[in-house]
Write a protein that binds this ligand. Structure first.
Ligand code: HAM
Length: 425
């Protein structure tokens, strides 16, 4: 048997209604906030992520699916969407449009991570990006969008954590403080972090190696090194959130794993799994993002500030399942036509087709079951009404419509079926 690659998943028809609920809530909320949808390729040139996400991040150094195409060009399956959106708006000339430019997307992402609950090698994101505004109120509007979306999904125990990781003015001093601190632990750091010590010490803060994480816990906090402008920006953002009644926690430990962030960063955390032995809930980031004021320029565009987030849809689905709410299920047919004989089977097909054309979900036998087996099947798929058609019914062009819930029966002509069914939903 051929099996799927590790860390990937099949989303089966029984699970799809929940995914569709997440997708519709995402689309509805994004459009309510004035965002338009953007779609971009599954693979891009590797250089885009090296420059955008950062060549010393875990994502670029350890997790990308990179390959040479038939012409020997280095290509990478997108590990995230932001760099792709930025490439697309530059290439398509959208940076000159009236600002702000507000975009949303659904994308699959590929990262070669160690698979675990909530951590996959192919996963799905709903993301938004807002360009052309660098104000705290633009940050607040993006966080409010994410908050509204998560509220619509009814996920329980969501926590919002916020931080500022500074800008190009205050970052150098913080970087220096980190180099001084981590130099004292150089021998204990993993090989990658030892190299990062001089190239990008901030990345040691989100290294997944347990030893590096232990050392990073005592590192200087970015919030102690912010310039006045970054401090004021954060303070205005928090008062805007207070004004909107959106609860948050300031957490200087949120540094994010991608290089493009400046100033505001945030993560919404929620339980996505339960340990079967201990009953303890495992919390993960279900939605995360931040400001990236230098990214458009870094990728070759004009100086254009940006901010956005991406919500991991696999984690959202897991969090909804833990939230003890009624889960959506596949739609059930309004009517099932059971046929006795070939002539009746042909008529059933015709009637089902006619009703579907009118927007009514109808089913009939197409596998050649006996009448008894057809009735059993109608029950299994949860048909609200059944109609049995045999020679007598064909002759009088009418049949008995049976309500499967209460057993009530009604003789209706084939002509009237649509009217009756649309009235009875
Ligand atoms: P990220 O934090 O790498 O940010 O990913 C965003 C979200 O994707 C995470 O919070 C998580 O829910 C989900 N996610 C990440 N990795 C995995 C995985 N291996 N398995 C399952 N879910 C995962 C970004 O990707 C940025 N592009 C977000 C952004 C948009 N920032 C600004 N604009």
């Amino acid at each position: 048997m051929i099996i799927k690659p590790r860390g990937t998943s099949d989303i089966l028809p029984a699970d799809s209604p929940l995914w569709q609920k997440v997708e519709s809530a995402a689309r509805e909320t994004a459009e309510l906030f004035g965002y338009g949808e953007i779609r971009f390729p599954t693979f891009e040139s590797t250089e885009l992520f090296q420059r955008g996400v950062g060549s010393t991040t875990d994502v670029v150094q350890k997790e990308m699916y990179t390959f040479a195409d038939k012409d020997g060009r280095s290509m990478t399956l997108r590990p995230e969407g932001t760099a792709c959106v930025v490439r697309s708006i530059i290439e398509n000339g959208l940076c000159g449009d009236a600002m702000p430019l507000k975009l949303y997307y659904f994308t699959s992402c590929f990262r070669y991570e160690k698979p675990a609950a909530g951590r996959y090698r192919e996963f799905y994101q709903f993301g938004t990006e807002l360009f052309g505004a660098d104000t705290p109120s633009s940050d607040a509007s993006v966080i409010a969008l994410a908050y509204t979306f998560l509220q619509k999904l009814g996920i329980k125990d969501v926590k919002l954590k916020i931080n500022s990781i500074g800008c190009k003015n205050c970052r150098p001093a913080y970087r220096q403080a980190l180099i001084e601190y981590f130099s004292g632990y150089e021998a204990q750091l993993c090989d990658t972090c030892r190299q990062r010590l001089q190239t990008n010490p901030m990345r040691i803060l989100d290294c997944k190696s347990p030893e590096c994480q232990k050392i990073a816990a005592g590192a200087p906090k970015v919030t102690d090194h912010l310039c006045d402008e970054c401090r004021a920006h954060l303070s205005e953002l928090t008062s805007l959130l207070d004004g909107m009644g959106i609860a948050y926690e300031l957490d200087p430990g949120i540094v994010r794993g991608l290089d493009y962030y400046t100033k505001t960063v945030f993560e919404f955390i929620a339980p996505v799994d339960v340990d079967k032995k201990t009953g303890e809930k495992k919390e993960l980031a279900i939605c995360a993002g931040g400001r990236y004021d230098g990214l458009v320029e870094e990728i070759g565009g004009p100086s254009l500030p940006g901010i956005g987030f991406a919500a991991g849809m696999d984690r959202l689905v897991a969090a909804i399942r833990l939230s003890e709410q009624e889960l959506p299920a596949k739609a059930k047919p309004a009517v099932y036509f059971a046929a006795l004989g070939a002539r009746a089977a042909a008529e059933s097909n015709k009637l089902a087709y006619r009703l579907r054309q009118e927007g009514i979900y109808a089913e009939c036998d197409i596998v050649g079951r006996s009448l008894k087996a057809q009735m059993k099947y109608a029950d299994k798929i949860g048909a609200k009404y059944t109609v049995i058609i045999g020679d007598n019914e064909l002759d009088r062009q009418s049949a008995v419509l049976k309500n499967m819930e209460d057993g009530a029966q009604l003789e209706v002509s084939f002509e009237e079926l649509y009217k009756i069914l649309s009235e009875r939903g």
